[in-house]
Write a protein that binds this ligand. Structure first.
Ligand SMILES: Nc1nc(=O)c2c([nH]1)NC[C@@H]1CN(c3ccc(C(=O)N[C@@H](CCC(=O)O)C(=O)O)cc3)C=[N+]21
Length: 300
């Protein structure tokens, strides 16, 4: 079957956002403010390395200074905390991220909590997640988590509203599913959200009722085309690295069966969908943090 779904084009949308941000970065620089992103990467996972490299390329493109802190896989909690303290105190770093997941011997929650909340470019600090729960602030006073924000922006810029729709989020991870459920149930978005996870008993039953499916579970092919409504809007967020049997090279695969491209109404491709939007929203968080730190109204 040929593809019939309309494409939620994350690559193109992210490029438009980067271009808007370039203007705001120019305005900041005219006032003598240089937004700067720091990245903290622990260990040598190839996937994490490639994501972090992408973030630095994006920064370069829009005129954000970026600094890398690449640390050995066996770094101690105390030494990693020292790096966090340095970044909190470094005026050149207006925002930074700690690439997740961290090696198992490290306490990721303690690291996130040690970050200065106003420098949290990922929106994953407990204070910023708390503001999301309390429904205050973001994006004016606090950053939103990048992937949930990217999903909302991708839909909005394709003219899709969620008011009154049944949205099924698959996955309860801290970077996507959990905060996404909170964001989509805000009054201004007004979706009815079901949050499914590995303990869900009858996923196909939920899929058949869903107007919108956001798959962020990390299991390739777990969302079957046959279970999706023909008018469904489907966002494929999951990223799993698998080896291409033909070339032997690593490639990225989403959670949605590829056949869905010819059975549903809208589909975000993967790659080329939510991934680029996540990166664009990271840049937006860095710019907004610099605007707040300079006392400029966010978005101006
Ligand atoms: N502290 C933290 N913040 C994160 O935002 C974070 C993280 N840890 N850990 C891992 C996940 C994963 N993630 C992706 C970002 C961009 C793409 C992306 O741009 N993907 C491209 C393809 C990139 C490629 O081919 O390598 C695409 O979908 O088109 C994918 C995945 C951010 N994460």
């Amino acid at each position: 079957m040929s593809p019939t779904a309309q494409i939620l084009d994350g690559k193109k949308t992210a490029a438009a956002i980067r271009s808007e941000l370039t203007t705001r970065i120019g305005a900041l620089k005219e006032r003598g403010i240089n937004p700067g992103l720091g990245t903290v990467l622990v260990g040598d996972d190839p996937g994490s390395h490639s994501y972090v490299a992408g973030k630095h390329r994006d920064c370069e493109q829009v005129g954000i200074t970026s600094v890398r802190r690449d640390l050995p896989a066996d770094i101690s909690q105390a030494d990693l905390e020292k790096v966090i303290d340095e970044l909190n105190d470094d005026d050149a770093t207006t925002g930074y991220i700690v690439q997740l997941p961290l090696p198992k011997h490290l306490d990721a929650n303690a690291i996130l909590e040690r970050m200065a909340p106003e420098k949290d470019a990922d929106g994953l600090h407990p204070v910023n997640l708390g503001k999301l729960v309390l429904n205050v602030g973001a994006p004016l006073d606090s950053p939103l988590p990048c992937t949930p924000h990217g999903i909302v922006e991708l839909l909005r810029r394709h003219g899709i509203t969620l008011n009154g729709k049944n949205v099924l989020v698959v996955g309860r991870g801290i970077t996507v599913g959990r905060p996404l459920g909170l964001l989509l149930t805000r009054r201004d978005i007004n979706a009815t959200v079901t949050l499914a996870h590995t303990g869900t008993v009858d996923l196909p039953h939920l899929l058949r009722q869903a107007d919108v499916v956001i798959a962020a579970a990390g299991f390739p092919g777990m969302i079957k085309a046959a279970d999706l409504k023909s008018d469904a809007i489907v966002l494929d967020v999951g990223v799993t690295r698998v080896e291409d049997p033909e070339t032997g090279k690593a490639k990225l695969t989403g959670d949605v069966e590829p056949a869905a491209a010819s059975t549903v109404a809208w589909l975000s491709p993967n790659p080329g969908g939510v991934g680029p939007m996540t990166r664009a929203m990271l840049l937006a968080n860095v710019v907004e943090a610099a605007e707040r730190q300079a006392g400029i109204a966010v978005g101006h």
